[in-house]
Write a protein that binds this ligand. Structure first.
Ligand code: ZN
Length: 699
C-alpha cells in the first residue's frame, strides 16, 4: 500500500489549520486522518477513527489534557479540526476502573467531558483510544487485514503475518467492553506497534502522527503481500489461464451462464419493483439503485459457490448498518427468458424477506423483544451474469451501499484466496445492526413527499423545465434532466444535483436511449414531466404542411414517445407511476394564428387522457398543466412587448392580465407539476396555471 505521507503537505496542513486555532498536534492529526480516509482500501464512508492526546486551554486559560477524537458524522477523508472534538482525558481514563458501563452512560460521560458542548458526539471507540497511552492512534478497516482475520482461524494467520509486532484482540462489540479488552491485551504486550481487532479491523499507535500512520501502512502492506504470495501459489497450482482483473488472484469457479445476458435496463426495473415496500392503497417506499460491474464483481457473482461465500456476513461489523447481514442473490440474468428471471427474482426476494424476519425474531428474543424490526429489504443485490446493485433511499445512500458491496467483494475474494471467508456470528451481527448508537447515526428525519422517486424532465434545460427540475428535487425526487442542448441539460442537472442527458425527444430512439441511461444510473422511472415543446405559428389555411407536421412531431409525437417509454418501465416495476404533460391554454382557448401550436397541444390533452384510461389499472396516473403567459424560451421579452403594444398596455399589465392580476412564473408551473405528482387520487386531469383565465378553463 502506498505511503502517502509528505513532509511538505504536513507543513502546509499545520499552516492552514493553525489559522483556525488548531495546535500542531491537531493539525497533523487532521492531516494524517485524511491520508487514511482517502484510501478506499483502508476505510469507506465514515469507517475508521483516529485520535491524538494533546493539551488545550479551558475557560480560565489553564492548560488541560485532552483527547481529540473523531466525531460522529465526520468522514476521515474530509475531516477538519472541528471533526476532532476535544474531550478531557483524565475523567475518561478513570473509567478504566469500572467493570461494566452501558452504552448510554458511556456516551454521556464522553459528552459531559467535551470542552465544547456543541461539538459532535465523540466516536463510540473513544474509550479504546483514551485507555491506551499513545499520543497518536489510527484505526482502519483495511481490506487486506480483514481478508486475513475473516477466516475460521484468522488469529493464527495474523500471528504468522505480523509476528509479535501486533497484538490480537478477540472480537468484542465496540464500546466499553472492547475498550477494556484492548487495554488488557495491550498491558500484556506493551511493546507492540498496534493491534488487530479480530474480524473487525486494525489499530496502530505512535509517538507522532507519522509513526502511527507509517505503522498502519506497513502492517497493511504485510497483509497485502501475504495475499499476493498466496495467490501466486494458487495460480501456479491451479494452472488458471488468467488472473482476474488487476492481477487479482482468485478466480471463483463459475456457473454456466445463459447464452444471452439481459441488459441492466431490463433487469433493474424488475428488481426495483420487487424491492419496493407496499404501503397499501397504491403507495410504495421505493429504492434508488446504483449498478456496478467490473471483472472482479463478475468473477464474484458468477461463482458457483456464491450461496456460501456471499452469505456469511459483512467484512467488518460496521457495514451491517448500511448493507444488512447479507445480499440478495437472484437467478442469472437470462436475456432470453426475462419473465422466468422475474419470477425467479420474486421468489428469491420473498425468501430473503422471510429469512430476514426469522433472523430478527430469533435474535430479538435474546434482547427480550426490545428491538423494533427494520425493513426486510436487501441493500445489495447480486445478479449472476450482470453485476451488483446497491439500494438506498437516495442516490447518495445507494452509492454508499454499492461502495460497501464492492469492498465486500474485494475482501471476500482475498479471504477465499487465503482460505475460507468467515466472519462473526449472526448474533454479533444482529447486535451491531440493531445497536441503538449506530441506528442513531443513520438519522430519522421525515422524508420529503417525493423521496425515493425518480423523475425525468424533458426540455429540462429551459425556464419551465429547469424550474421543474428544481421543484422536484426540493420535493425529494431524484432528477434526470433531458434537453436537446446537452450543455443546458448538464447545467440544469448540476444545479439540482441530478443527472443531465442530451435527448432530441422527436427521435424515438433518442428517447429510448435516454430512458435506458436513466434506468442504468438510478434503477427506474416513477414520474415523467413531458415538458419539451415549441411554438409554431401561422394561419391554419396558409401555413405550410411541413410546419404543422414539425409542430406535431414536437408538440404531440414526442409526448407520446416519452410517455410510452416511461410506461414500459413503470409496468416492469409494477409500482404505478405518474405521467405529466405540459399543455397550453391553446388546447382549450385557441388564439388566432396559433393553430400549428394549439392543434398538437389539444391532441396531447387527449393523449394524456388516453394514457390515464389505458394504464389506470396499472396504477399509472396522467395529468397535464395548462399554463399561460410564462416568460420562457417560448414567450420571449420581445414577444411580450409586441403583444402588450398591440393591446395598448404596458408589458407588466399584459403579463398580469388575469383574474388574480399577478404575473405567473415558471416556478408556479413547476409547483403545479409537483402538486399533481403528489395528488395520489387524481388522474386524467388538467390543472390551470394562468392566474385565472375563464376562457381557457378546461370544459
Ligand atoms: Zn472499527
Amino acid at each position: 500500500m502506498e505511503n502517502r505521507w509528505s513532509d511538505r503537505d504536513a507543513e502546509s496542513a499545520i499552516e492552514r489549520w493553525s489559522k483556525q486555532g488548531a495546535n500542531i498536534d491537531v493539525a497533523l492529526r487532521t492531516y494524517s486522518s485524511r491520508l487514511i480516509g482517502v484510501e478506499p482500501h483502508l476505510v469507506v464512508h465514515g469507517g475508521g477513527n483516529t485520535s491524538v492526546k494533546t493539551t488545550a486551554v479551558d475557560d480560565t486559560g489553564e492548560p488541560v489534557n485532552v483527547i481529540c477524537v473523531k466525531g460522529s458524522g465526520w468522514d476521515l477523508a474530509t475531516i477538519e479540526p472541528a471533526g476532532l472534538p476535544a474531550v478531557r482525558l483524565e475523567p475518561l481514563v478513570k473509567l478504566q476502573s469500572l467493570d461494566t458501563m452501558s452504552d448510554e452512560a458511556m456516551v454521556n460521560a464522553q459528552r459531559a467531558n467535551l470542552l465544547d458542548t456543541t461539538a459532535p458526539n465523540p466516536s463510540v471507540e473513544t474509550l479504546l483510544h483514551a485507555f491506551l497511552p499513545h499520543a497518536f492512534i489510527d484505526h482502519s478497516h483495511a481490506n487486506a487485514v480483514l481478508a486475513l482475520t475473516d477466516q475460521p482461524d484468522g488469529e493464527a494467520l495474523c500471528r504468522e503475518v505480523f509476528g509479535d509486532r501486533m497484538a490480537c484482540v478477540p472480537y468484542v462489540m465496540p464500546g466499553f467492553a472492547l475498550a477494556k479488552k484492548a487495554l488488557a491485551v495491550f498491558q500484556e504486550r506493551p511493546d507492540v506497534d498496534g493491534m488487530i481487532l479480530l474480524k473487525h479491523g486494525i489499530f496502530t499507535f505512535g509517538h507522532t502522527a507519522r509513526e502511527a500512520y507509517d505503522r498502519m501502512i506497513a502492517a497493511v502492506t504485510l497483509a497485502e503481500q501475504r495475499i499476493t504470495d498466496q495467490a501466486r501459489v494458487s495460480l501456479a497450482g491451479m494452472h488458471l489461464p488468467r488472473a482476474v482483473g488487476r492481477g487479482r488472484p482468485k478466480s471463483f469457479s463459475p456457473i454456466r451462464l445463459p447464452d444471452r445476458i439481459a441488459s441492466v435496463a431490463d433487469v433493474a426495473p424488475i428488481l426495483r419493483g420487487l424491492a419496493a415496500i407496499d404501503k397499501g392503497e397504491g403507495a410504495y417506499a421505493r429504492w434508488i439503485f446504483d449498478y456496478r460491474s467490473s471483472p472482479e464483481i463478475l468473477d464474484f457473482v458468477n461463482g458457483a459457490d456464491i450461496g456460501r461465500y456471499s452469505q456469511q456476513g459483512p467484512a467488518t461489523p460496521d457495514h451491517a448498518i448500511r448493507i444488512k447481514t447479507k445480499p440478495l442473490i437472484t437467478p442469472p440474468a437470462d436475456g432470453g427468458r426475462i419473465d422466468a428471471f422475474a419470477a425467479g427474482a420474486r421468489a428469491a426476494m420473498d425468501a430473503y424477506k422471510a429469512d430476514y424476519y426469522a433472523y430478527f425474531k430469533r435474535n430479538n428474543a435474546r434482547h427480550g423483544g426490545s428491538r423494533n424490526a427494520l425493513d426486510p429489504v436487501p441493500r445489495v443485490i447480486l445478479v449472476p451474469g450482470l453485476g451488483l446493485f446497491g439500494l438506498g433511499a437516495s442516490r447518495t445512500d445507494a452509492a454508499i451501499a454499492a461502495d460497501l458491496a464492492e469492498t465486500n467483494v474485494a475482501v471476500i475474494t482475498d479471504a477465499e484466496t487465503l482460505g475460507q471467508y468467515r466472519v462473526i456470528s449472526e448474533a454479533d451481527i444482529f447486535d451491531i445492526e440493531y445497536w441503538s448508537l449506530e441506528q442513531a447515526k443513520l438519522g430519522k428525519t421525515t422524508e420529503k413527499p417525493l423521496a425515493r422517486q425518480i423523475a425525468v424532465i424533458t426540455g429540462g434545460g429551459g425556464g419551465i423545465g429547469a424550474a421543474t427540475a428544481a421543484s422536484f428535487r426540493s420535493a425529494g425526487a431524484e432528477v434526470a434532466v433531458l434537453d436537446i442542448d446537452e450543455g443546458q441539460a448538464h447545467a440544469a442537472a448540476k444545479n439540482v444535483g441530478g443527472m443531465g442527458l442530451a435527448c432530441d425527444v422527436t427521435k424515438p430512439r433518442d428517447v429510448a436511449g435516454a430512458f435506458e441511461r436513466v434506468v442504468v444510473a438510478l434503477g427506474g422511472v416513477d414520474i415523467v414531466v413531458s415538458n419539451a415543446g415549441g411554438a409554431f405559428q401561422g394561419l391554419i389555411g396558409d401555413v405550410a404542411d411541413s410546419v404543422l407536421r414539425e409542430s406535431f412531431e414536437l408538440n404531440f409525437w414526442s409526448h407520446h414517445s416519452v410517455a410510452r417509454e416511461a410506461v414500459r418501465i413503470m409496468r416492469r416495476q409494477r409500482t404505478g407511476g405518474c405521467l405529466l404533460f405540459n399543455a397550453s391554454k391553446q388546447a382549450f382557448n385557441p388564439g388566432p394564428g396559433f393553430g400549428p401550436y394549439g392543434l398538437p397541444k389539444a391532441a396531447t390533452i387527449q393523449l394524456m387522457r388516453q394514457y390515464a384510461i389505458d394504464y389506470g389499472a396499472d396504477g399509472i396516473r396522467a395529468a397535464a398543466v395548462n399554463a399561460d403567459r410564462i416568460r420562457s424560451g417560448l414567450l420571449t421579452d420581445a414577444m411580450v412587448a409586441e403583444r402588450a403594444k398591440a393591446r395598448g398596455i404596458g408589458t407588466d399589465a399584459y403579463m398580469s392580465g388575469n383574474l388574480l392580476g399577478r404575473e405567473v412564473r415558471a416556478a408556479d408551473v413547476a409547483d403545479a407539476f409537483v402538486a399533481l405528482a403528489c395528488a395520489e387520487r387524481s388522474t386524467a386531469t388538467v390543472m390551470t396555471v394562468d392566474g385565472g383565465n375563464p376562457a381557457a378553463a378546461p370544459r
